[in-house]
Design a protein around this ligand. Sequence first.
Ligand code: ASP
Ligand code: MG
Length: 470
Amino acid sequence: MRYVMKFGGASVKDGRSIRHCAKLVKRYSDNEVVVVVSAMAGVTDSLTNIAKKCYTEQSTGFIKMFVAELAKKHYDAVKDAVDEPYRSRVLEHIDRLIDELEKVLLGISYLGELTKRSEDYILSFGERLSAPIFSSALMSLGVDTLALTGGEAGILTNSNFGRARPLSKACELIKNRIEPLIKIRRCIPVVTGFIGVNEDGNITTLGRGGSDLTATLIASAIDADEVWLWKEVDGVMTADPKIVPEAKLIPEISYQEAMELAHFGAKILHPRALEPLIKKKIPVRIKNTFNPDAPGTVITETKAKDGIVKALSLIEKVAVVNVSGAGFDFAEIMAEVFKRFAEENVNVIMISQSSSELNLSMVIDRSDLGRAMKTLTSVDSWNGNVKVSKLDDVAVVSVVGAGMAGTPGVAGKIFSSLGKAGINVIMISQSCSEYNISFTVAKDDGRKAVKILHEEFQLSKMGEVKKVVN
Ligand code: ASP
Ligand code: MG
């Protein structure tokens, strides 16, 4: 079998965890395996913060401190994950990277300027530090392996720094670089997740959580049998168990359903990660590093419609922007809105439009609200005839399930149970795929709505229904 196995930041949060994950990989080393690894937990966030601080603060003293702390975190991990002689070698490599990072940060600080390109370069250090440690941990277990950066693995992207998209020729490049390693040399490549390279040789990143996409891109290029995303949970649940303690594991879910859930905030995988797999029908399995023998959740092209509603998700850090006005052409206003949102990198999560006069409501990330309002209130051609308003404290609940398509009464059931509970719905959206119904409520009602719907659709009995059917 040919597997691509991705380990997220939480799975490689310290040296002992890295060693544990390396042992898991070794268990499967009779197969052809490619490993993709994220930065150690918290590292990408800390790099984002320090990059900003470098160009806003006058002094540079904090850079030394940051770099020393980051070095220590990785030294400690090496101590627990890697044995000699690999330990000294990887420590030297880490020292070189840390040196390089310090110089870049000082450069940013002296220039007082942070470009998207340099930000990506800084963010890349998280994975560039973790992958060699993972690979050295494998060597310590007697496994032949090679650490590669995304660029070395053939992840060629466009130059949209911060959210780069892979180029179509990447597929062939990846295949040419990875296949000889797994097929002829029979080693296990350990590839940095999240980062690629553009045609000028500059490092790019695929967007936060992008290691999943690295894994699926590689899987598609080398025609893997399965992608395994190793996490700290058993798989995809019917709802976030922190909100609904009776939430159940979903054994099988379709690509479409998983994409809807990911888009609407369930932290299963990067929302774009399934795209490279769909054509080739490569399944993704979510596995638990702490319970590796459990089958997890399989994401496939299954058309299985067990249960009408399969899962619920909730996004809390969102806001609504509302654009309204009469006497304008709909398409013109919409074009202006979305052009500006694209330019400002505003992430639009859901839209709804009513038609008597223009009324366009959009749910966006709360962190984008300032930019969104600023850009829309400065459209000169609207001459003050188009009103832009916002709603700050909202949440989006999404009800997902392929079985909803063509089943009458689902929306009725959703909204009448919310009505009975006194929850006011602000905005509704359902696309014609009918795989999901999403709606916006006041932020304080979000969790309550999820609990009520979980109960209403008896999602905690999902496993039992399946047993009866079998
Ligand atoms: N390290 C990156 C992030 O935290 C990529 C990833 O974890 O997938 O977003
Ligand atoms: Mg991460």
